[in-house]
Design a protein around this ligand. Structure first.
Ligand code: C5J
Length: 226
């Protein structure tokens, strides 16, 4: 039996979850961002700030799947010929090693390379769409909106990394397209604690200007698979 609609504790006010119309969208839980020895760590980032989100995401995804609900995954990356890589993105920050160059787990942010793939703990199951996105937002230059419309989805639980970049950009894009977004704070991560805090505060400010913030345990309890 499908999980029933319910009200989930959240800020700035409770979220009316309608499981049959809600998709779990897991953003960019890719090896190069999260794994020790990957590109993120090579740049000097503390990957433990992102890795703490793996277990809550794993529990939420397991419960979501057990309830028979729609889950989707994204990966940030580019075609091997880099034809979809804006020159501005390639050179931004004037890095020594940039997108398309060889990194510790293959060519950086290139589709098909080991580092571009999703971490094994959250690997997509058969039938779960994987949206390959060239930008920060999951709607830009992808078929995500068609997938959601075809499945009758008008709410999103958005998780993944990083809170202030791809998670926030995707939530803003979704919000402008009429989707209600709930962000479980234990399931999103930033390399920078201050951006984690501000990234979440910006979502729920001004009456939930971009969406709601709560916890994954409350979603799991609401769908009855805890
Ligand atoms: C994501 C990034 N996924 N920070 N990418 O947030 O470049």
């Amino acid at each position: 039996m499908q999980a029933k609609p319910s009200t989930v504790p959240a800020e700035p006010y409770p979220f009316d979850l309608r499981p049959a119309e809600c998709g779990l969208l897991i953003i960019d839980m890719q090896r190069d961002f999260l794994e020790p020895g990957g590109f993120g760590e090579m740049l000097g980032n503390d990957v433990s700030q992102l890795r703490r989100t793996i277990e809550p995401n794993r529990r939420l995804l397991a419960a979501w799947r057990a309830a028979g609900l729609a889950a989707m995954h994204t990966r940030e990356g580019h075609r091997p010929d880099l034809s979809d890589l804006p020159p501005s993105k390639k050179v931004r920050g004037r890095p020594k090693t940039s997108i398309g160059d060889m990194g510790p787990m293959g060519r950086i942010l290139v589709r098909g390379e080991a580092g571009h793939d999703i971490i094994p703990e959250l690997y997509p199951a058969a039938g779960e769409p994987v949206i390959d996105k060239p930008g920060k937002g999951a709607f830009h230059a992808t078929d995500l909106q068609s997938i959601l419309q075809n499945r009758g989805i008008n709410q999103l639980i958005v998780t993944g990394v990083t809170t202030e970049v791809c998670v926030n950009t995707t939530i803003r894009e979704a919000n402008d397209r009429g989707y209600d977004c709930f962000v479980p704070e234990d399931c999103v991560g930033s390399y920078f604690p201050e951006f984690q805090d501000m990234g979440l505060r910006m979502i729920k400010a001004q009456g939930g200007i971009f969406g709601w913030v709560g916890s994954s345990a409350d979603i799991v309890a609401a769908i009855g698979k805890g």
